[in-house]
Design a protein around this ligand. Structure first.
Ligand code: PGA
Length: 253
């Protein structure tokens, strides 16, 4: 018997919040949804705020996540942060392969794979982001792009490790634009990703893995998106920066 997939809502704060702002936001999230056990919840603040936010969410059901990680253990990699460094400040989840990393900082399917392997090796739980651009969708390439991203991310990763990952389907054209994918578009893409996962691993695996939707999810559209059979949660950017909006997404979940 397969376990039903528990919904998972994660806030991606991106490059927002100084330490004071982060602590205030974290406290607001704790007050709004900190005792919720029906949904898994995480917040992913910038590196400089991880320790302070970790303190602010202590004792609640909110988990701590980071926004990126480097795959090498240590050494001369100026500006980078390792898995062990994240573990040492009680980080549980790590976003890997976000489209902003892919677009602005040279992230490729290969680096996503290296980061995912390193994170799993260190006991972190990756949130692996995939998604097509508007041009790719209009050219009918959504499936080709997303398939390559999913296969690339999980290349050489054994089943048990892969099962601790979450996939976030984030169509690039929906991120920060206010134009979300329709619930049907999201569900279709998620179902497609599940078919790929079934090919890479097996059907049980595909049915067990959680797939979040990301891209302009907000209180007003969360219920419809989260109501889709293959949508298991959300990766929330803009709406995660206000505790009430974030809570307005956790509640329908
Ligand atoms: P958005 O961002 O909710 O602001 O569209 C989502 C994301 O980039 O993870």
């Amino acid at each position: 018997m397969l376990m039903p997939r528990k919904k998972f809502i994660a806030g991606n704060w991106k490059m927002n919040t100084t330490i004071d702002e982060a602590v205030e936001l974290a406290k607001g999230v704790v007050a709004a949804v900190g005792d919720c056990t029906d949904v898994d919840i995480a917040v992913c603040p910038p590196y400089t705020n991880l320790v302070a936010v970790g303190e602010a969410i202590k004792g609640s059901n909110i988990k701590l996540g980071a926004q990126d990680v480097h795959w090498v253990e240590k050494g001369a990699f100026t500006g980078k942060v390792s898995c062990a460094m994240l573990k040492a400040v009680s980080v549980e989840y790590v976003i890997i392969g976000h489209s902003e990393q892919r677009t602005y900082f040279g992230e490729t399917n290969e680096t996503v794979n290296k980061k995912t392997k390193a994170a799993l090796g260190a006991g972190l739980k990756p949130i692996v982001c995939v998604g097509e651009t508007l041009d790719e969708r209009n050219d009918g390439k959504m499936e080709t792009i997303v398939e390559a991203q999913v296969r690339g991310a999980f290349e050489g990763i054994e089943r048990d490790g892969a099962l601790t990952c979450t996939i976030a389907y984030e169509p690039v054209w929906a991120i920060g634009t206010g134009v979300n994918a329709t619930p049907e578009q999201a569900n279709e893409a998620h179902a497609f990703i599940r078919r790929i996962l079934a090919e890479i691993y097996d059907d049980d695996f595909a049915q067990s893995m959680r797939i979040q939707y990301g891209g302009s999810m907000k209180p007003g559209n969360a219920k419809d998106l989260l109501g889709q059979s293959d949508v298991d949660g959300g990766l929330i950017g803009g709406a995660a920066l206000k505790a009430d909006d974030f809570a307005g997404i956790v509640k329908p979940a």
